[in-house]
Every structure is written in structure tokens, then in C-alpha cells.
Design a protein around this ligand. Structure first.
Ligand SMILES: [Zn+2]
Length: 472
């Protein structure tokens, strides 16, 4: 083929390609042709170079190319508070929630910029906000569009009053829940508008979804109508469930059922459901999720940092449940998160059985890319390097010492890889992170914004902490 017959394209990326396609192919001397942000073809360097003429070239013979990571669970406005929570368990209603409520729209935008910078630096090309806060909705949307990272945004506002009678007060008291009439319908109309604007199955950078964050704050009507909306728009219904003892206690007291049993009674356990955490899921509840083809969003570092429990991941996997890994604002780094999953579950389920195969590296890589995309119902657009999908990928430095003499690429990525080896992070064909530089984030301005935001949040939560704040 002569040069005249080559098709001009936006970009060619070259290197060893970890495709994560159906055959999980690894192409040794590979190349990816990209045009208008979409992958046109993946093949050998010789094949692609003969067919396409690029305006821009990335990678090279020493590079390693892989799909961008998909962080399946985060909260966009927790960056200023997360460092104030260590050693303060339990703390979600006491510290996390008030710290987010106090943010102005501009400060919420700053947290999104900071979160995005951390993620892009660590190779995350898609984030999933599990509880898009309606108070900060437009600031978050505008900032994500400005940054250019891909996102799944599960939106919803609680519509139920509740009272949790804690263990000791249950002698004289009971827990209860009461819906605020009409709020579910009104709020789901807003989520429907968001789904129309940002379809889950569309090709845009933002994919809307439905959030019914917890059984305590969201009414039965919200769950059933929210699940119907998720089915109609082929998106996800995201629910924190089986997260802590208080929730299990509450559900047993009010409905005589454990949390996932209650979700089953409400008729919302299907392939659209993403069960977030489920660290306290019983055997029966795991069976319920499996029978409904629901997915699990699992954040292994958060399990240790805040939840004080880990799910029986081998049991979930054996039941055929799809699993997506998330950072939940802990490392904001999927290399760290994959490695945490390997170590946490290895110590809990592998070491004690002398079972080195309890969770293979390839499975962890899937849970951080293509399986995560499937859980979030965006596998049509991202999660693997295949023709027709968006060009969401990473260029890694194959000459870095930790990747030299690599023998088994999936294992070496999971066990030894880190964000230090990331050269570039590309979303929809746009280089957003490039050798220490961010192309859509003003890092100097962000440093000032983040410092001011962190000071404000620090003052807000100081009196809520059990222990005095450490001195700088
Ligand atoms: Zn969460």
C-alpha cells in the first residue's frame, strides 16, 4: 500500500498493548489508530502503520498501552475532608457529611478538580460518582466537562425521614422510617431530565444513573420508581447496602429483613443494580444478588479505612457476580486499589487455605477495567481497547525499572505497577495528563483553591472530632 492510500487519522499510539478485549489479547508490537476520539483499529504496528497516517503519535516500541482505569465508586466532594477521618471511626454522619454540606459551589468545583487531577495522574479515565449531590450538581457537571474526564453520575436526593434506635436505646425505643409524600416523584423527574441530557448508553463523556443511596433515607416508592427509571434508560441503580451494623439493625427492626433481602422484596435486584460495598452480605444475600445478575462495587481500601469489614469476594465471584473496583476517595489510584484487593483478600481468603489462585491478577485487572465498565453499563464505550470504543487509554513507560524484564504482564501490572510509570492519560483521544502536566487543569490555581478549601473544612469538623486535630 502506498502512502497515498493511507487514511489520515488523528492519532496512532504504539507499544505493547494489553487490550482487555474478549480474548484478553496482548499484542507485542502493536498500534492503535484513533480518529475523532474513537478507536478505528487495533493491530500490529506493521498493519496499522500501513493503513493509517497520523497527525499525532504517542508511545513507541518501549511503551505499554492499556485501557484507562474505571473507578467504580467515589464521591466528588470529599477531597478536602478525607485526611481528617483517620482514627475517627465511625464518622460518616459526624464528619464526612457535614464537611461536604458546608462547601460553596466554587469549593465543590475545586474538589472535583483535585479529585480529577489525582485520578488522571493515576490513570483513571472514568470515575463514578455514587451520590451526585443535587446542591452541587451544576458545579460538578461543569467542572467535569471542563476537565474532560469520563464520568458516571448517579443522581438522587433522599426523600424519607428515619430514626435509628441504636443498640442500647432499643430497650425503650424502635427504629422507624416515613416517606415525605411526593418527593420521590419530583426528584426522579429531575433524574430523568439528567438521563435525557446525558444518556447512560450514549457516547458522550457523561453517563447519568440513578442513586438511591441507602434504605434509611430513600423511600420504598423511590426504590421502585428509581429502578423502573434505571430499566427504562438502561442505566444503573446504585445503592450503598450491607455497609455497616447500624443499617442491618435498622432493616431488621423496621422490616424484619436484612438489607439485600429488603431490596429483593422491593423488586429492585436485577442487572441494573450496583450494590455498593455489601461487606456484611450474608450467604443468602449473595445468592439474591447472583440470581438477579446484580453487580458489586467494591472499594478494598475503604473496607479497611472506614468500613471495618471486607466482603467475601471469592464467594461473590464464585456465584458469578460481576465486580467493579473503586477507590471511594481513598487512594484515588487504581494501581493501589488493585494491589490492596490482592493483599486484603489474599490475607483473608488465600493465605489461610494455601490457595495462591484465590484471586488471579487477570481478574483484578478486569475488575479495574472491562468488568467495571459492564457493572456501570458503559462497556459499549470504554473498558477495553477495541475498534468502535472511545480512545480511553494509558501510555506506560516500559523502560521503567519496575517493568524491565517483565514476564507476565497482568501480574506485573497488579503486583509491581504504579502511577509512577504512567506517561500519559488519554480520554476520548485527548491527552489530559502528560509527563507531570495537566492539559485542562490549572494546577497553580488549584493549589490555592485546595488549600483554602481544606482550611475551611478543617475548621468545620474540628469540634466534631473525638480527638484534637494534630498540629501541622
Ligand atoms: Zn459511597
Amino acid at each position: 500500500m502506498t502512502a497515498e492510500q493511507q487514511r489520515p487519522v488523528q492519532m496512532i499510539a504504539r507499544g505493547k498493548i494489553v487490550t482487555m478485549d474478549t480474548g484478553r489479547r496482548i499484542i507485542e508490537d502493536g498500534a492503535i489508530a484513533i480518529d475523532k476520539g474513537v478507536i478505528l483499529a487495533v493491530g500490529t504496528n506493521a498493519e496499522i502503520s500501513a493503513r493509517y497516517s497520523p497527525a499525532e503519535e504517542l508511545g513507541g516500541s518501549d511503551a505499554l498501552l492499556m485501557p484507562g482505569f474505571i473507578d467504580a465508586h467515589t464521591h466528588c466532594t470529599q477531597c478536602f475532608v478525607r485526611g481528617l477521618t483517620s482514627g475517627e471511626l465511625p464518622m460518616i454522619p459526624r464528619i464526612y457529611n457535614p464537611a461536604q454540606r458546608v462547601l460553596t459551589a466554587a469549593e465543590a468545583a475545586s474538589t472535583v478538580r483535585l479529585l480529577s487531577a489525582q485520578m488522571l495522574r493515576a490513570g483513571v479515565t472514568t470515575l463514578c460518582e455514587g451520590t451526585l449531590n443535587p446542591d452541587h450538581e451544576s458545579a460538578i457537571l461543569e467542572t467535569l466537562e471542563e476537565v474532560g474526564i469520563r464520568s458516571v453520575l448517579a443522581r438522587g436526593r433522599a426523600d424519607q425521614d428515619f430514626h435509628h434506635a441504636s443498640l442500647y436505646s432499643q430497650i425503650n425505643d424502635r427504629s422507624w422510617a416515613k416517606a415525605r409524600d411526593g418527593e420521590a416523584e419530583a426528584d426522579l423527574l429531575r433524574t430523568e431530565a439528567l438521563l435525557q441530557r446525558f444518556p447512560s448508553r450514549g457516547n458522550g463523556l457523561i453517563h447519568a444513573a440513578v442513586n438511591a443511596s441507602a434504605l434509611l433515607g430513600f423511600s420504598p416508592r423511590y426504590f421502585t420508581d428509581g429502578a423502573a427509571l434505571a430499566r427504562r434508560f438502561d442505566t444503573t441503580l446504585q445503592v450503598h447496602t450491607g455497609r455497616d451494623r447500624e443499617e442491618v439493625e435498622f432493616c431488621l427492626d423496621v422490616w424484619k429483613r436484612r438489607p439485600i433481602e429488603r431490596l429483593y422484596d422491593l423488586g429492585v435486584v436485577d442487572e441494573h443494580l450496583v450494590a455498593v460495598h455489601a461487606v456484611l452480605a450474608s450467604e443468602q444475600e449473595i445468592e439474591i444478588l447472583a440470581a438477579g445478575n446484580a453487580a458489586l462495587a467494591h472499594s478494598p481500601i475503604e473496607c479497611v479505612a472506614n468500613l471495618n469489614a471486607i466482603p467475601n469476594l471469592p464467594r461473590f465471584r464464585a456465584a458469578g457476580i460481576r465486580v467493579a473496583l473503586g477507590c471511594d476517595n481513598q487512594a484515588n489510584d487504581m494501581f493501589a486499589t488493585m494491589r490492596a484487593a490482592w493483599l486484603v483478600h489474599g490475607a483473608r481468603w488465600g493465605v489461610e487455605r494455601f490457595d495462591a489462585e484465590f484471586l488471579p491478577a487477570g481478574a483484578l485487572l478486569e475488575m479495574a477495567t472491562i468488568e467495571s465498565a459492564s457493572c456501570l453499563r458503559i462497556e459499549h464505550v470504554t473498558g477495553s481497547l477495541e475498534a468502535g470504543k472511545a480512545a480511553d487509554f494509558l501510555v506506560l513507560d516500559g523502560t521503567a525499572p519496575h517493568f524491565m524484564a517483565a514476564q507476565d504482564v497482568p501480574s506485573e501490572l497488579v503486583r509491581y505497577g504504579s502511577r509512577a510509570e504512567i506517561v500519559q492519560t488519554i480520554v476520548a483521544g485527548r491527552v489530559l495528563y502528560d509527563r507531570g502536566n495537566f492539559t485542562t487543569i490549572d494546577m497553580q490555581a488549584l493549589r490555592e483553591e485546595a488549600s483554602a478549601g481544606a482550611d475551611k473544612v478543617r475548621q468545620e469538623v474540628a469540634s466534631r472530632r473525638y480527638r484534637p486535630l494534630p498540629a501541622f
